[in-house]
Design a protein around this ligand. Structure first.
Ligand code: AMP
Length: 237
């Protein structure tokens, strides 16, 4: 799941988890958990995370390697927030072939100004992880999680100065990966995610993926038929 911070990767990944019954692997969540648990890794990365900088390729590559070898990843998995650099992208392709998986890259394309307003209005439930947004997905009661009643929090790296730094990092290191995927993958889908509600964006993703779902098992097949899945707002490459 590819796109800038605030493009809706986390939200769309959660929809995909429900639909495909495969796990979401968010490197950001894994790193935050290390910080919460006060592990050695957590202490090493806390400063960079707080500043909105990327942590080292070797570290995230290792975390992803370990995670995708767990049993619940056998039918596939959704990578959210990884890869973010050319070195990670190359490692991802290597890791996928190591576990006999094929990539499908979904690029959520969102206008820069929309990103800024989304990210600074973003709130998260500290208990269940549900994401809310003052504009596009407000909770029923302001400041309170619909699902478990917890008081919503602002993630430290959603503060405005940190948001700007994260977008700078995205422009410098991550956006160029689109060019890499245009060459390296024939299953890249560009989905316009600027204006529509999250459910509508997810509909576009489903349309794109349905063409490459293995009808018998419901998981993504290894055949290359992505070109057929072009739909409104979705460009298959
Ligand atoms: P996210 O929740 O995906 O926006 O990630 C939050 C922060 O975690 C980023 O600003 C980085 O500091 C770090 N991070 C997450 N994923 C990666 C990655 N693949 N490579 C490097 N740093 C990452």
């Amino acid at each position: 799941m590819f796109g800038s911070p605030g493009s809706g990767k986390g939200t769309q990944s959660k929809f995909l988890v429900e639909w495909l019954k495969i796990p979401q692997i968010s490197t950001g969540d894994m790193l935050r958990e290390h910080i919460r648990n006060g592990t050695e890794v957590g202490r090493a990365i806390a400063g960079r995370m707080r500043a909105g900088s990327l942590v080292s390729d070797d570290l995230v590559n290792q975390l992803v390697y370990e995670r995708i070898h767990q049993q619940d990843c056998e039918r596939g998995f959704i990578l959210d927030g990884y890869p973010r650099t050319p070195a990670q992208a190359q490692e991802m392709m290597r890791l996928l072939s190591g576990v006999g998986a094929r990539e499908v890259v979904i690029h959520l394309v969102v206008d820069y100004n929309v990103i800024i307003s989304r990210m600074t209005g973003r709130r998260v439930c500290p208990v269940c992880g549900t994401l809310y947004n003052a504009v596009s997905r407000p909770p029923k009661v302001e400041g309170i999680c619909d699902l478990d009643g917890s008081v919503l929090a602002i993630r430290e790296d959603d503060r405005e100065d940190v948001v700007r730094e994260r977008l700078t990092q995205y422009e410098a290191s991550t956006r160029p990966l689109i060019e890499y995927f245009r060459k390296a993958s024939n299953r890249l889908f560009e989905v316009d995610a600027s204006k529509d509600r999250p459910e509508v964006v997810f509909g576009k993703i489903q349309t794109a993926l349905t063409g490459i779902l293995d009808q018998t098992s419901g998981v993504l097949s290894s055949s290359v038929v992505g070109e057929k899945a072009a739909a409104d707002g979705v460009a298959a490459r």
